[in-house]
Design a binder for this molecule. Structure first.
Ligand code: FAS
Ligand code: PHB
Length: 389
């Protein structure tokens, strides 16, 4: 088989890029090692920046998001028993869209199928080859047969654990990492959210987050130790712990109910530089990971895809490689700004082993200043709604 662009990974990065390329008449194939259902079974992001919303519209898959998504003008920071609203729209003129990654992935998969995009699922041993030469290709195994796809470019959209970054000679790669000494225990339940906007809670017992997927489906998180086991957390234990980390008015109002998803996610900040190796380009989690405290992971994947699509369209449309040559530096500039913001939010909101009483007071003072200063709140808000592409 031959295509112009071979994309490894059918998560948001791969699907967004594949749809933009297909809409521009640039032939592409997406390969994933697991099934569609497995991908759709993962519960991940929930908050979309306006840039991500715009990209979904540009792909032609924004209709259900605009029907079912929840536009949010603000969120709350809770600490010291009270919560304080950050007026995103008032401070920046922008808002965010609450719409689950599972839903947007579903919309992208359905649209790709409807528009004749080629995707190969359950492709084993996907391997990029000769991406440092003129004729790269990808191989994969299916039903015991090894297949080959010749292409012009290979795009690694295969996430943190993917094969693409691992295929690059280590000497050509520089990585930066910070692993956090805690995880997030997340719960999904069909109960009305405790508040109509998100609540990020700093508490001496640990961080808590009240989010949602709709007006009837809540997505809650509590910071937990890395050695915690999901099976040790009954729903009641989870709700009790979350309520202890929230201001009383919310704790009392919380509606609880049986969860249908509960999982623990580790937290890390990670960046691989550069994001291009000859004919191989990395996008999304394949190149960077952020702690979800700033709701940036999925949104960074979107801005990478925006830059890379524009560069590929320029290559095929005008025969220029200027965009491709500039991609890595341009994407990394925005990546590091989001990595900083996500690290800053995580540091401010979580209980670290060495936080102690002094550290807790410093966090509370930082939050106090933040919510009482228009300048500080504006700085937070413009990072949260998403810095310009
Ligand atoms: P993805 O990881 O989504 O997709 C990569 C795809 O590549 C997968 O389908 C995988 O099967 C495939 N793949 C991997 N290796 C392969 C191989 N060798 N061959 C073929 N295919 C391969 N972000 C937020 O903003 N908020 C959150 O709350 C949040 N929570 C998260 C929770 C968890 C547990 C994780 C892991 C991430 C979370 N994120 C969150 C970040 C997440 O949303 C990512 O940013 C987003 O999925 C990035 O999309 P992709 O780059 O497409 O990578
Ligand atoms: C979510 O709804 O899953 C979510 C929202 C905001 C975050 C992280 C996760 O910062």
């Amino acid at each position: 088989m031959r295509t112009q662009v071979a994309i490894i990974g059918s998560g948001p990065s791969g699907l967004l890029l594949g749809q933009l390329l297909g809409n521009a008449g640039i032939d592409n194939v997406i390969l994933d090692r697991v099934s569609k259902d497995y991908i759709l079974g993962r519960v991940r992001a929930g908050v979309l920046e306006e840039g991500t919303v715009g990209l979904l519209d540009r792909c032609g898959v924004g209709a259900r998001m605009h029907r079912q998504g929840l536009p949010h003008d603000g969120f709350s920071l809770a600490f010291n028993g009270r919560d304080h609203r950050i007026d995103l729209h008032g401070l920046t003129g922008k808002r965010v869209m609450v719409y689950g990654q599972t839903e947007l992935t579903h919309d992208l998969m359905d649209h790709r199928e409807a528009t004749g995009g080629k995707s190969i699922y359950e492709a084993a041993d996907v391997t990029p080859h000769d991406f440092d030469r003129d004729n790269p290709y990808v191989t994969y195994v299916q039903d015991g047969i090894t297949h080959r796809i010749d292409c012009d470019f290979i795009i690694g959209c295969d996430g943190y654990h993917g094969v693409s970054r691992r295929s690059v000679p280590q000497a050509a790669l520089k990585t930066f990492e910070r692993v956090y000494p805690f995880g997030w225990l997340g719960l999904l339940a069909d109960v009305p959210p405790v508040s109509h906007e998100l609540i990020y809670a700093n508490h001496e017992r640990g961080f808590g987050l009240c989010s949602m997927r709709s007006e009837t489906r809540s997505r809650y998180y509590i910071q937990c130790a890395l050695d915690e086991k999901v099976e040790d957390w009954s729903d009641d234990r989870f709700y009790d712990e979350l309520r202890r980390r929230l201001p009383e008015e919310h704790a009392q109002r919380m509606v609880t109910g049986p969860s249908f998803e509960k999982s623990i996610a580790p937290l890390r900040s990670f960046v691989a530089e550069p994001m291009r190796f000859g004919k191989l380009f990395l996008a999304g989690d394949a190149a960077h990971i952020v702690p979800p405290t700033g709701a940036k992971g999925l949104n960074l994947a979107a801005s990478d895809v925006h830059y890379l699509f524009e560069a590929l369209a320029e290559h095929y449309g005008e025969g220029s490689n200027a965009g491709l040559d500039a991609y890595s530096a341009k994407a990394l500039a925005r990546v590091w700004l989001a990595v900083r913001f996500s690290w800053s939010m995580t540091t401010m909101m979580h209980r670290f082993p060495d936080t102690g009483e002094f550290g807790q007071k410093i966090q509370e003072a930082e939050l106090d200043y933040l919510v009482s200063s228009t300048a500080a709140s504006t700085a937070l808000a413009e990072n949260y709604v998403g810095l310009p592409y």
